[in-house]
Write a protein that binds this ligand. Sequence first.
Ligand SMILES: CC/C=C\C/C=C\C/C=C\C=C\CC(=O)SCCNC(=O)CCNC(=O)[C@H](O)C(C)(C)COP(=O)(O)OP(=O)(O)OC[C@H]1O[C@@H](n2cnc3c(N)ncnc32)[C@H](O)[C@@H]1OP(=O)(O)O
Length: 291
Amino acid sequence: MRIGIVTSGLGIARQCLRKNTSVYRTCRRQVTGSGSPLDLNVDSKTGIAVLSMNKPPVNSLNLEFLTELNIALEKVENDKQCKGLIITSSIPKIFSAGLDITEMYQPDIDRLEEFWRTLQDMWIKLYGMNCVTIAAINGHSPAGGCLMSMSCDYRIMAPNYTIGLNETQLGIVAPFWFADVMLNTVGFRQTEMALQLGTLFKTEEALNIGLIDKVVPQEEVLSAAQQEMQRWFKIPGFARQLSKTELRRPTIEKLLKKKEEDIGYFRDYITKDAIQKSLGMYLESLKNRRK
Ligand SMILES: CC/C=C\C/C=C\C/C=C\C=C\CC(=O)SCCNC(=O)CCNC(=O)[C@H](O)C(C)(C)COP(=O)(O)OP(=O)(O)OC[C@H]1O[C@@H](n2cnc3c(N)ncnc32)[C@H](O)[C@@H]1OP(=O)(O)O
């Protein structure tokens, strides 16, 4: 039930309408504007924020969408009422198709660099979030979608979808920090095989290698995430946060130290003729899939 003020643009709802019955005490605020590709709802009663991606057709991560994600993550992190964040999708059968390939194909160089910087920032924020983060993966989650999922503390996925870092299938190489996050999640052997083969794991396979933590029916993904959150909320917040920071800090610091270098590598690599050719062919194959 939404009884909060819906704000436009970047403004956060400043007040909540409360009725006097207990059922209305939940103050749920939608903190993104209408028409936004993101729907952020904060439930001040439970302390859970649900961030739902809604950028048709496939929630691909382009510069503008990544910028919105950054703003939303910042809002959640700065909201003292938020103890947990669930990331999910409003697009049927798709969590996120990963990076928007059109950002990398025949790019404008300034925009390409900005795109990469914004992606780096999004990942640094998400991987380092103080609050509990759960990915409610209710659709396919290749490449950048897999990165977002792996960057959360816990992953719940519906059956019959795929998830993985499939970059080599596009003729490109997963950046070192994507690889690091996978390494931290499933270990070296699974990572070295998955990255070389560009494996997209089916839900059950992903569960078997520890890439996701739980499988529930499609219609239960969100409620299972809300329920799982309670388990994490029972742990003293400071101890949990510090444990997370200690484990994730070296991975984040590695990118922080090399941010500009990484942007340069990415720019020089992606603009190579051979890589452009591969990306062009992959885009074409996506477009021809339905013909
Ligand atoms: C030394 C090395 C140094 C540095 C490293 C440097 C570089 C590494 C760089 C990049 C890393 C990239 C990571 C990524 O995230 S790349 C993106 C990978 N994503 C994919 O491969 C997913 C592709 N999409 C799909 O498989 C499917 O679309 C689907 C399963 C997600 C959904 O299937 P559907 O059947 O439901 O939908 P479609 O008909 O296929 O698609 C609809 C529509 O959307 C377009 N589209 C799909 N995915 C993308 C995308 N990622 N980017 C842009 N556009 C996408 C698709 O073409 C269709 O368009 P049309 O309607 O035909 O116009």
